[in-house]
Design a binder for this molecule. Structure first.
Ligand SMILES: Nc1ncnc2c1ncn2[C@@H]1O[C@H](COP(=O)(O)OP(=O)(O)OP(=O)(O)O)[C@@H](O)[C@H]1O
Ligand SMILES: [Mg+2]
Ligand SMILES: [Zn+2]
Length: 156
């Protein structure tokens, strides 16, 4: 039944596939993409709790028609789905493919969850975090030393 793989989501002509999303994070990725019925003209398919040979368990997957994701978006996806793979589809084939990458320092991608942090006081400081752990994802603010609570809710 090899050819039956991935038939659960329709092929797209042009767009982006975000594969190997940490199971349960598809809707958070949708939120960070800012896609909803007011901002999108083409189709989006979301697969949740899909079995994954590569990850040896479960994953989520998103296919977006007629949009090619940029690097800044991919960097933010890494904060909630560090194993995600981005494939840019052109004329039904994979034209560009890369894994999202998580640097040791996260710069200008998320706001601090501590309201008293200097980065939340209207000062011209760009928030910066160190990655403390990847599974589970833990980010520590370089300004106030607090662990960022609710990463999906604080993406910029
Ligand atoms: N035309 C298309 N429409 C929709 N999705 C596509 C299309 N072509 C490829 N994909 C999807 O894009 C992703 C990358 O494609 P690829 O052929 O490299 O898959 P793969 O061999 O399973 O790769 P991986 O090892 O990363 O899982 C897969 O999730 C695949 O299902
Ligand atoms: Mg695959
Ligand atoms: Zn802080």
């Amino acid at each position: 039944m090899e050819q039956a793989k991935e038939v659960r989501l329709t092929p797209i002509r042009n767009g982006t596939v975000i594969d190997h999303i940490t199971c349960g994070q598809a809707l958070n990725v949708m939120k960070l993409l800012g896609v909803n019925e007011n901002t999108v003209c083409s189709s989006i398919s979301i697969g949740m709790h899909v079995s994954s040979k590569e990850l040896g368990g479960w994953k989520d997957i998103i296919k977006i028609e007629d949009r090619e994701l940029g690097e800044n978006t991919a960097d933010k996806i890494a904060l909630i789905a560090p194993d995600a793979t981005i494939s840019i589809i052109r004329d039904y084939s994979v034209a560009v493919k890369y894994k999202v990458k998580l640097e040791d320092k996260v710069y200008g991608l998320a706001r601090c969850s501590n309201p008293n942090c200097i980065t939340n006081k209207g000062e011209p400081v760009i928030p910066e975090f160190s990655v403390v752990s990847k599974y589970p994802m833990q980010l520590r603010c370089c300004y106030c030393d607090r662990i960022l609570i609710d990463i999906p809710g604080h993406l910029m």
